[in-house]
Design a protein around this ligand. Structure first.
Ligand SMILES: Cc1cc2nc3c(=O)[nH]c(=O)nc-3n(C[C@H](O)[C@H](O)[C@H](O)COP(=O)(O)O)c2cc1C
Length: 186
C-alpha cells in the first residue's frame, strides 16, 4: 500500500527555468521558476506560475511578454542565486556576470549564456491562489548550435538541463536515454 503524503506540490521531474523580463527603464531582470512547463501544442504554449510579489509578475503584466531560458547544469549556482534574490534589490544579470540579449519577437530579454530560450507573448493570466499562472504563446525557440545534433534537433545530453526536487529542494541532473517514445511501447 502507498503512503499518503497529503495535498502537496510533489511532481517529478520539475524544470529549472529562468524567466526573463524587462522592468522600468527597460532594466532586464531574471527569476528562477520551477512551476512551469509546456501546456499546449497548437498554439505552442508554455506556462509558468509566478507569485504576485515577484518583480517578474509586475514586469510580465506591464510588458505582456517573457522569455523562458533553460540553463545547463554548469550554471546551477547562478540559477540558485536568481531564485534567491529579487530584481527589486539586485541587478541579477550583473551579479551573475550574465549578458541580457534582445529577443527577436517579444519585449523581454534572454540570457546569452543559457543555451535554449523560448520567446513568449503573454497569452493568458489566471489567478490560482498564491501563484498566478502565466501562459505564454511561444513565438520562437532559439538554441545554441552546441546543443544541436546533426539533424538540427536538440540533444538533451548536450543541453544538460537541471531539475529541481520539491521534496528535498535539491538540484539534479537528468539520467540517460531509456527508450524511444511512441515506439518502445508497441
Ligand atoms: C529552484 C527555485 C524555483 C523557484 N520557482 C518559483 C516559481 O515557480 N514561482 C515563483 O513565483 N517563485 C519561484 N522561485 C522563487 C523566485 O525565483 C524568487 O522569489 C526570486 O527572487 C524572484 O525574483 P524577482 O523578484 O526578481 O522576480 C523559485 C526559486 C528557486 C530557487
Amino acid at each position: 500500500m502507498k503512503t499518503s503524503l497529503g495535498a502537496k506540490t510533489l511532481l517529478f521531474p520539475t524544470p529549472v527555468l529562468i524567466i526573463g523580463t524587462y522592468g522600468e527603464n527597460d532594466s532586464p531582470n531574471i527569476m528562477t521558476a520551477s512551476w512551469g512547463g509546456i501546456c499546449c501544442s497548437n498554439p505552442p504554449c508554455v506556462s509558468v506560475a509566478v507569485r504576485p510579489e515577484r518583480l517578474t509578475h509586475t514586469n510580465i503584466m506591464a510588458r505582456r511578454a517573457f522569455t523562458v531560458n533553460v540553463p545547463s547544469a554548469d550554471h546551477v549556482k547562478e540559477a540558485d542565486y536568481i531564485g534567491i534574490y529579487s530584481g527589486k534589490t539586485k541587478n541579477k544579470f550583473a551579479e551573475c556576470k550574465l549578458t541580457p540579449a534582445k529577443s527577436e519577437y517579444v519585449d523581454a530579454p534572454s540570457v546569452e549564456q543559457f543555451p535554449l530560450v523560448l520567446e513568449c507573448e503573454l497569452f493568458k493570466d489566471i489567478d490560482l491562489g498564491i501563484h498566478a499562472l502565466f501562459v505564454g504563446r511561444i513565438m520562437d525557440v532559439k538554441a545554441d548550435p552546441t546543443i544541436l545534433d546533426a539533424d538540427g534537433s536538440i540533444d538533451i545530453g548536450q543541453l544538460r538541463p537541471l531539475t529541481f526536487s520539491p521534496s528535498d529542494r535539491g538540484y539534479y541532473a537528468l539520467g540517460g536515454f531509456v527508450g524511444q517514445a511512441f515506439d518502445i511501447g508497441k
